[in-house]
Design a protein around this ligand. Structure first.
Ligand code: ADP
Ligand code: MG
Length: 287
C-alpha cells in the first residue's frame, strides 16, 4: 500500500506547479543524479528570430512565404517562428500533402508545387545540393520544385533562468548535466558553454537521443536515477525511456504530456531543481 503522505507529497508538489503521475516517480525524483535536457523550448525559449536570408531564385519574401506555408501544420517551435516571420495569415487551402520528418524538417505542396524546408540532413535525403552556410545559427534550407532556393538563418536565446537552473541542480547534488539536441553542433556547443553544462551531444535524430539516454542509463550506479526534461516535440520516446520523463507542460505537446511521468506547469527550468527538492522533503516525511 502507498503511505498516505505520498499523496500529501503529490498534492504539495502540484501546488508548486509540479504534477507527479505516481508515488513511484516522487521517490525516483528524489534519487535523481543525472539530468538530461532537450535544448529547444526546454533550455532555450523556442522563439527563433530570423537573422539572415540567402536567396537567389526568388525574392526573400517569397522564400519565407514558401517555408511558412510548408510549415503551417507543424507544431515545432521552428515552424511557429517561420510563420511569425511571414507575418501574414496562412491560407491553409494552398497547402497539401504535408509531411513532417522529425529531426529533419517538413515537406508539403504549396500551390501544387513541392516545397521542402529543413536542415542539411533533409536536403541530403532529397538529393538536393545546398549551399554550406557558415553563420552560427539554425539553418533552414528551402527547396522549391526539387531545386535549391536558399536558406533562412534563425536563432533562439536561452531562457532567463536556465543558467541558474543548472547551478541549482548542481547544488542539489545532481552529478551530471547533459544536453541533447537535433540542432547544429555549433549552436549546441554555444548553449552548453553558456550554461556550463557537463556534456552536449548535437545533430541527433530522435532515435539517437534514445540511444544516448540508454548509454547514460548504463553509466549509473546504485539507486541513481536519470531524468530527461523536454518540451516534448519529437521527444516522447526519450521521455518514456528515461527513469523519469519530465515535460514542460505550458508549451509541451500533448504527446509529451502523455509520455511524461512529471509535468511542469510552468516552462521555467528552475522548476526542475524545485521538484527534486520537493520530492526529497516528502520522502523524509514518509520514512
Ligand atoms: P531539438 O533537439 O533542438 O529540440 P529537434 O529534434 O526538434 O530539435 O529538431 C532538430 C533539427 O531538425 C532542428 O534544429 C531543425 O534543423 C530540424 N527541424 C525539425 N523540425 C523542423 C521543422 N518543423 N522545420 C524545419 N526544420 C526542422
Ligand atoms: Mg525538441
Amino acid at each position: 500500500s502507498i503511505p498516505l503522505s505520498f499523496f500529501a507529497g503529490i498534492g504539495g508538489a502540484s501546488k508548486a506547479g509540479v504534477l507527479v503521475k505516481g508515488s513511484n516517480y516522487l521517490e525516483a525524483l528524489s534519487q535523481t543524479k543525472i539530468v538530461v535536457f532537450d535544448k529547444t523550448g526546454t533550455l532555450t525559449r523556442g522563439v527563433f528570430e530570423v537573422n539572415d536570408i540567402h536567396h537567389n531564385k526568388m525574392e526573400a519574401e517569397k522564400l519565407v512565404e514558401y517555408a511558412a506555408l510548408a510549415e503551417s501544420a507543424s507544431s515545432h517551435p521552428i515552424s511557429k517562428s517561420l510563420q511569425r516571420a511571414y507575418g501574414k495569415a496562412i491560407d491553409r487551402s494552398r497547402v497539401t500533402d504535408i509531411r513532417e520528418i522529425s529531426g529533419n524538417g517538413v515537406m508539403a505542396k504549396v500551390d501544387g508545387i513541392e516545397v521542402a524546408a529543413g536542415n542539411d540532413k533533409l536536403m541530403k535525403r532529397l538529393g538536393i545540393s545546398y549551399i554550406d552556410c557558415h553563420s552560427v545559427g539554425t539553418i533552414i534550407h528551402v527547396a522549391v520544385d526539387g531545386a535549391y532556393a536558399g536558406h533562412i538563418v534563425i536563432s533562439d536565446v536561452v531562457k532567463e533562468h536556465s543558467k541558474e537552473a543548472v547551478q541549482a541542480l548542481r547544488s542539489a547534488g545532481i552529478r551530471k548535466t547533459v544536453m541533447l539536441t537535433g540542432d547544429a553542433r555549433k549552436v549546441g556547443e554555444q548553449v552548453a558553454k553558456e550554461l556550463q553544462l557537463d556534456e552536449v551531444y548535437a545533430e541527433l535524430l530522435p532515435a539517437d537521443k534514445v540511444e544516448k539516454v540508454e548509454e547514460l542509463l548504463r553509466s549509473k550506479t546504485g539507486k541513481e536515477k536519470l531524468a530527461f526534461v523536454g518540451d516534448g516535440i519529437n521527444d516522447a520516446p526519450v521521455l518514456s525511456r528515461s527513469d523519469i520523463g519530465i515535460a514542460m507542460g505550458a508549451m509541451g505537446s500533448d504527446a509529451a504530456i502523455e509520455a511524461a511521468d512529471v509535468v511542469l506547469m510552468d516552462d521555467d527550468p528552475l522548476q526542475i531543481a524545485k521538484s527534486v527538492k520537493i520530492s526529497r522533503k516528502c520522502l523524509r516525511i514518509v520514512y
